[in-house]
Ligand binder design. Structure first.
Ligand SMILES: [Zn+2]
Length: 195
């Protein structure tokens, strides 16, 4: 397990830490030793909840895996309950991790946003400005990510019975690359001589 990153120095002026410590008003709907869930004060729809860790971690990358997994478990437990109570049809889970991704409170949090058709909210995916990249570029990026994962010293062993497939092997098995045809009468190229 990777070394746990110490909580950020900005903890002292964090509004979510104030909620955790009971020094600010909050409408809490779930609480345990690790996680809290409370009503967002700027809800997209009624029942909009935030799930946060009790300890101060800024972004997704700062969260220890065990804490991240626990937050996800709390989230999945809350989803059907919130949907039922809010009378919502569906749910968006949104994490804005880092300033470029639109994070505005730097204490990691998961938005649970109940949704109904025509509620006026939108998560515009697929991105309207997107163009389908060349398949070779997608393949190359996938192989780079797969290779980096295998080189990652912090990687965890997959759960028993889970087989990890190398993306390069998958592509080799599924993509047929036509071999260049040899010209009639052409001599096969000899391998370069070693000096
Ligand atoms: Zn905090």
């Amino acid at each position: 397990m990777p070394a746990r990153k110490p909580p950020s120095q900005s903890k002292s002026n964090c509004i979510f830490c104030d909620l955790v410590q009971g020094s600010a008003e909050v409408s809490m709907c779930y609480e345990d030793d690790v996680a809290l869930a409370f009503m967002d004060i700027q809800p997209v729809n009624p029942g909009h909840v935030l799930v946060i860790p009790r300890d101060h971690y800024e972004t997704l990358q700062d969260i220890p895996r065990a804490v991240g997994w626990h937050l996800f478990q709390v989230t999945t437990r809350l989803i059907p309950v919130i949907q039922k109570i809010a009378g919502a049809e569906d749910m968006n889970l949104i994490v804005n991790s880092g300033p470029a991704a639109g994070q505005n409170v730097f204490h990691y949090h998961i938005h649970l946003i109940p949704r109904t058709k025509g509620d006026g909210f939108d998560v515009p995916l697929p991105f309207p400005g997107s163009e389908m990249p060349n398949r070779h570029l997608l393949d190359a990026m996938a192989v780079r990510i797969g290779s980096a994962l295998r080189m990652d010293p912090t990687r965890e062993t997959p759960a028993s019975g889970v087989r990890v497939v190398n993306p390069a092997d998958r592509m080799a098995a599924t993509v047929t690359v036509a071999a260049p045809k040899a010209k009639a009468g052409a001599k096969p190229k000899a391998p370069p001589k070693k000096r």
